[in-house]
Ligand binder design. Sequence first.
Ligand code: PRX
Length: 642
Amino acid sequence: MALQFEHTDRFLKETRLYEPDDSTVSRANITAYMRSKGFSTWDELYRWSVANPEEFWSEMARELEWMKPWKTVRRWEPPYVQWFVGAQCNIVHNALDRHMRTPVRNKVAFYWEGEDGARRTLSYADLYQEVNRAASALSKLGITKGDRVIIYLPRIPEQIISMLAVARLGAVHSVVYSAFSAPALRDRINDAQAKAVIACDGYYYQGKLVERKSVVDEALRDNDTVEHVIVVRRTGTDIPWQAGRDVDWAELVASGADRHPVEPVDSEHPLFILYTSGTTGKPKGVVHTHGGYMVGVYTTARFVFDVQPDDIFWCTADPGWVTGHSYIVYGPLINGVTSVFYEGAPTYPDPGRFWSIVQRYGVTIFYTAPTAIRGLMRHGDQWPAQYDLSSLRLLGSVGEPINPEAWVWYREKIGRGQVPIMDTWWQTETGSILITPTPITPLKPGSATRPFLGIEADVVDRSGQPVDANRGGYLVIKQPWPSMMRTIFNDPKRYEVYWNTIPGMYFAGDAAHKDEDGYFWIQGRVDDVISVSGYRLGSMEIESALVGHPAVAEAAVIGKPHPVKGESIKAFVILRKGYDAGEALVSELKQFIRQNIGPIAVPDDIQVVDSLPKTRSGKIMRRLLKAQELGLPIGDVSTLEE
Ligand code: PRX
């Protein structure tokens, strides 16, 4: 990764501060933990945790069950780390089996809702039963410890069941987002050298039938590692069938035994590979392990989302992404919490769908992405206003910086002006949340606040020296943590880049700055930094300012080469309903940026558009806008949504 700048400058100032209320603080899991350690403030607890990371993390690990204890908490041979060395465990034992001896057994694990209104409720005991059967059946098909299984399913219960069944066997799952095309699926199957693919006939999204089986067949042309394709019938439509290779999920699972023992694996045994796109080249297969990952997601779900026995938790992500792995599947299940799992689009059949689900199930904790919040905000306040959202007590955001306008709307219109928002910064590579508030943190809209317990984060220059407060630089993590990726599958050199770009530290690829209170403000990927007349500006910061104008629903900003200024700024904006594109509005927006950031950030060009290219997980693909603008090759678009 090329580091192109020494630091960035920050112009936008956000001064609002939201203190947590007393009842939130007094019932929070983090408060109880802090007291149990004899600390009276977060700062004291945090300082202890980073001074004693092995003690902190092993204390968390001891709350879970291990088949064999570890000999060494951490073995750090930079850039490679092992956690809980010598221990044996299986994450599925902690997500399911251990609950069979407690009242969690009869709790609901998932309230599933199909886009078409279909419903299914799975208790922990039901899920345990399904996972046992599926594991037994997969094992009869020859799937065994270490084998890679691709899961190419939409958000239906079988997606979760198959992840857990594969992991139960000590095999390695690699979930591929169900909307990916055949070439994207093929690259992932081939890179993982998968032995089986679990897929479906099709599914419904935004009311339309999306056919999948022929996509799988196309992806498997010329493949010689996949022995079986296991097909879940979701739509019941006619599909091509390859006798011998293709297996019907329902028939297969019916042939499984009621119980199939969980496979004890080494703490460092791989649990999953999840592909994430790099800026160039083929996708990277991020590898996570059973032991460390289990401890990371357990701890963060407990302290950040503050899950408690009576909560109804809803993370709107897809298990095709890391957010779904960690906070739909593993984190909530290990904590024994009840979740909602929704198949479809946020706006189907209308923009009130999310809120109708919150009302129906009495959701207490709701975790989504800024892109969804801005999208729903654009449809107007009348949608959330029609529903009873009084059950909500905690909100979350992830995936990109949440601009203060969207943050405040989220708090006011969804959170009744009082529900705290956990703006959680993390990545596929980090496995679990690293920079985040907890319910006791005073909040600043747009800031992910401070590092989590045991996480030593900083903002540094290219040589690794911390930069001054309010100076932007590179966001780094200075010590390894349990849920970090262990390698890039079949490509350790690409893994090492994360630790040798800024020597001795984990560099995530994001630009950020810290304010005078030590709060982190993420500016986005370093590739999205624009240099105008020597000033380094984060494209996200300008976008955030633009979205602060009442006419603008969404914005994307890129830099273009400029003979005098180095780069000039071009903005693409989507307008809210009721506003007309025109010269007057464009000059008003320029004036608005001048006032809110400064003259240096005023775009030379503002173009009104109907849509923006986004990844399937909702991130704006500035790279594409830039390529199009400059007439360059577009490159890999396998992650493009539209
Ligand atoms: O740029 C950061 C942004 O998303 C990147 C990680 O993307 P991915 O691996 O797909 O994982 C997304 C879900 C964890 C980061 O490098 N990002 C994620 N969360 C935030 C964020 N940027 C700002 N604030 C966040 N809360």
